[in-house]
Write a protein that binds this ligand. Structure first.
Ligand SMILES: [Zn+2]
Ligand SMILES: [Zn+2]
Length: 224
């Protein structure tokens, strides 16, 4: 059985470009081998967490500012807002902040569509890969294998991935329905988290704009 959760410090696969994947359709695929152990998956690049810190800090700063200003606007004795306006301010800022935080959590900790190692995705192991693994050799220098029915065999992840999947060189995983790797949130953006990606920024900024508008109304002299 393949080692799915091995240590992360063992190099795996080549650095070749996926675009240069060889069309090895006629390559004979090896059948599953119970004694065959796949190399452990490498960890994501460390820059990925720095990227996420950048995005998370920006969004959480927006949220804290919005909540702080909204609280001041609502509870300050000198506020000129009516009770109804205070309720509207609280609901709007609350919803916008909630959307921003939930979207950030989904992007940061959710699964964008990573192609995991399962019996269905690792088998059949291409003959050339199997021979190298049996010989205890690395997979450096091998190009991805393309098969009309199975898709693309990624020699870095050792999985068969669908054609709409892409190997992210930062996350070091293949991801289905890949759109792009976001350098601001440090995560792959794909079909599963694309909605949250489009929601997180606008929700954070909308919360800021909302609290500024209500702060201006609260400071304005009451209409007589
Ligand atoms: Zn891959
Ligand atoms: Zn990525």
């Amino acid at each position: 059985m393949a080692d799915l959760d091995g240590p992360y410090d063992v190099p795996c696969g080549s650095d070749g470009d996926d675009a240069a994947a060889a069309d090895n359709t006629d390559q004979e695929a090896a059948t599953s081998d119970a004694d065959l152990r796949l190399p452990p998956l490498p960890p994501p690049l460390k820059t990925r967490n720095l990227e996420f810190c950048c995005g998370a800090t920006t969004i959480l700063t927006c949220v804290f500012i919005a909540v702080g200003v909204a609280a001041a606007v609502i509870f300050a004795p000198s506020s000129n807002l009516s009770f109804t306006a205070k309720i509207v301010c609280a609901v709007l800022v609350g919803v916008e902040c909630l959307v921003a935080v939930i979207s950030l959590l989904v992007i940061g900790f959710g699964d964008p569509g990573i192609v995991k190692r399962t019996p269905a995705t690792i088998n059949p192991i291409p003959k050339e890969v199997a021979e190298r693994l049996r010989a205890g050799e690395g997979l450096d220098g091998l190009q991805n294998f393309v098969d009309e029915s199975r898709g693309v065999y990624c020699v870095k992840c050792c999985v068969w991935r669908p054609r709409n999947a892409v190997h992210c060189t930062t996350c070091r995983r293949c991801c289905r329905d890949h759109d792009h790797h976001c350098g601001f949130y440090g995560r792959c953006i794909a079909k599963k988290n694309l909605t949250y990606f489009f929601a997180v920024g606008p929700a954070g900024w909308a919360a800021i704009v909302t609290c500024i508008v209500f702060a201006a109304l609260a400071l304005a002299p009451p209409i007589r």
